[in-house]
Design a binder for this molecule. Structure first.
Ligand code: FE2
Ligand code: FE2
Length: 358
């Protein structure tokens, strides 16, 4: 088993890690697996739902959630290698919302990579987002890890192109929960073929990290905590020895292990969704591994929102959830059990019982 750096060592050796990032990728690949210099961190901010009111007015509460995540990210030491944004910058996909969100995000010190959310997409089928941010799916390599960004919120062509009179009608339908007029998310055939081609260039022992907006697993269909072709995407990822999937959209802590794949959800900076079974009282497939959020005060709308910092310790992810007004949590891959576990609350006897509010 490879030797791991602890946090203190990582802090003191941050300079060496930074130097490694400027090397050509081939050299980093040589270093990978033989030294600890492949450890690095990145920040993960998601689901800000910037909402335009009129003129230059926006819903202040959603602005403030994002502003605080950006401020804390900029104070991090060691500085994260990059920042991922997990999708749903906007509430209704309006150019004003995307522009305002990107203006706030421009204060981040570092490169930001973006994932498409359904709230960014369904007004104009991603046209404005793409104009500002580039391709909707892509991959890159960083310190021996292969990163893939997917647009997982596509749906059937007829639903997207023929069913609605206007882009806003389409957007408002997709924004609703438990909507019989809605349509399930999917990665789709074109992108799956691209993924297959992309993965063909990657050796099976390279750690692969995938970002999607919706979970690439089936949890609860009514809220699109679901990707219709998740099984097909998982099949493409199965040959790799270590795969980690990060996603937004669910606005809550979830984690899971399916075969070789670890899954981690991001909290939103805007608002928390409840866990499906607690609200919809419908059958859901919440991962058994997940220790649910303890919401200290469900009547405080910022409780259970936040942002996350991620240590990629030797290719495994340790997800550090930073909550606005609640106990921070870390969910990290446990070599011994072969799955992600909450470092504090995983054991049943350590969990905080849910609180009743009347
Ligand atoms: Fe969202
Ligand atoms: Fe979403």
């Amino acid at each position: 088993m490879s030797k791991r750096m602890n946090r203190r060592e990582f802090l003191t050796r941050g300079g060496a890690v930074l130097a490694a990032s400027t090397l050509p990728l081939s050299l980093v690949e040589v270093a990978f697996g033989k030294t600890d210099e492949r450890n690095f961190t990145f920040a993960f901010i998601s689901d800000s739902h910037i909402t335009h009111i009129r003129g230059n007015e926006f819903v202040r509460n959603w602005d403030r959630g994002l502003v605080r995540a950006i401020a804390e990210t900029n104070l991090l030491s060691p500085k994260p290698d990059f920042i991922m944004y997990g999708g749903d910058i906007a509430q209704l996909g309006k150019p004003e919302e995307i522009d305002h969100g990107l203006e706030l995000l421009s204060k981040l010190n570092g490169d930001v990579h973006y994932v498409m959310g359904e709230h960014d997409y369904y007004l104009d089928l991603g046209e404005y987002w793409e104009k500002q941010l580039g391709p909707q799916w892509y991959s890159f390599d960083h310190k021996g890890v292969h990163f893939i960004v997917l647009n997982s919120i596509l749906t059937y062509d007829d639903w997207m192109h023929k069913k609605w009179d206007s882009g806003m009608a389409r957007m408002l339908q997709m924004a609703r929960l438990d909507n019989p007029q809605g349509s399930p998310f999917m990665v789709g055939e074109t992108q799956r073929q691209w993924l297959k081609d992309d993965l063909a260039k990657v050796s099976h022992d390279t750690p692969v990290v995938v970002f999607s907006h919706s979970p690439l697993q089936k949890i609860y269909k009514g809220w699109n905590f679901w990707t219709e072709d998740a099984d097909d995407v998982q099949a493409l990822l199965k040959p790799f020895s270590k795969v980690t999937v990060f996603y937004g959209h669910v606005h809550q802590i979830q984690y899971n292990q399916i075969d070789n794949m670890s899954f981690h959800a991001a909290m939103a900076t805007a608002w928390p969704w409840p866990y499906p079974q607690s609200y919809a009282q419908a059958k859901s497939f919440m991962p058994k591994l997940t220790v649910q959020m303890n919401r200290a005060d469900p009547f405080f709308e910022r409780d259970a929102t936040g942002w996350q910092f991620i240590d990629m310790d030797t290719g495994d992810a340790a997800m550090k959830y930073n909550l606005y007004d609640n106990q921070n949590r870390t969910v990290a891959y446990n070599d011994a059990s072969g799955k992600p576990e909450d470092q504090r609350y995983q054991a049943a006897e350590n969990r905080i019982p849910p609180q009743d509010h009347y």
